[in-house]
Design a binder for this molecule. Structure first.
Ligand code: HEC
Length: 173
C-alpha cells in the first residue's frame, strides 16, 4: 500500500467510526439512567409484572381461555406505569426525562393491551394472536431503542423501524 492509499484507508476508517458512533447515539438513548430512583424502580417492577402477564396470556390464548385473556389484557392496561397513581410530580419527572418517541411507544403499547382485553371479551382468537404479536413487537422495539444499556442483544439494526408504532411507521425519536 503506498502512502496515498494508506491515508485514504485511515480517512475511511475514521469516517466509518464516526458513522458507527452516530448510529449508536441514535439507537441507544437508554432511558433508565435518566429516571429518578423511584421512577426507575416502579418501571422495573411494572416490566416484571407485564412479562409475567404476557406469559400467562400466551398460555390462555392457546387454550382458548378467553376470560383469562380479557383479564390479563386489562391488568396489563391498568398496571402500566403511566396509568398508575403516580403523583403529579412523578408524572412530570417522567415526561421530562424520556424522549417523545418513548412516550409514543408507551402509548401504543397501552392501546394494544386494551385491544387484547377486547379480543378476549369477543372470544376472537385470531385477534388475540395478532394483538399478542404486535405487543411482542412493541416490547422489542422499545427495548432495542431505549434499553440498549442493558439489552445489548437487541442492538440490531434489522429490527423493523415501524415496530412499536401505531401505524407501523417509526416517527422522530
Ligand atoms: C415504552 C417502552 C417499553 C415497552 C413498550 C416495554 N418495555 Fe420493558 N423495559 C423498558 C425499559 C426502559 C426497561 C429498563 C428499565 C431500567 O432498567 O431502567 C425495561 C425493562 C424490562 C425488563 C427487565 C426488568 C428487570 O428485571 O429489570 C423486562 C423483563 C421487560 N422490560 C419486559 C417487557 C415486556 C415483556 C414488554 C412487552 C410486553 C415490555 N417490556 C415493553 C421499556 C419498555
Amino acid at each position: 500500500m503506498n502512502k496515498r492509499h494508506a491515508y485514504r484507508a485511515i480517512g475511511s476508517a475514521a469516517m466509518l467510526a464516526s458513522l458507527t458512533l452516530s448510529g449508536a447515539v441514535f439507537a441507544a438513548e437508554p432511558v433508565g439512567p435518566k429516571l429518578t430512583d423511584k421512577l426507575r424502580g416502579l418501571l422495573v417492577k411494572e416490566m416484571v409484572e407485564i412479562e409475567a402477564a404476557m406469559q400467562a396470556t400466551y398460555s390462555a390464548i392457546v387454550q382458548g381461555k378467553h376470560d383469562e385473556v380479557a383479564q390479563r389484557g386489562q391488568a396489563i392496561h391498568d398496571s402500566f406505569i403511566l396509568e398508575q397513581s403516580l403523583t403529579e410530580q412523578d408524572r412530570q419527572d417522567l415526561k421530562a426525562a424520556v424522549p417523545k418517541g418513548f412516550l409514543q411507544m408507551d402509548e401504543h403499547f397501552h392501546q394494544l393491551s386494551a385491544s387484547l382485553a377486547e379480543a378476549g371479551e369477543r372470544q376472537d382468537t385470531q385477534a388475540q394472536v395478532e394483538t399478542f404479536n404486535r405487543m411482542t413487537e412493541s416490547c422489542v422495539a422499545c427495548h432495542s431503542r431505549y434499553v440498549t444499556d442493558r439489552f445489548e442483544g437487541l442492538e440490531d439494526p434489522s429490527i423493523p423501524e415501524g415496530w412499536g408504532h401505531h401505524d407501523g411507521v417509526a416517527s422522530e425519536p
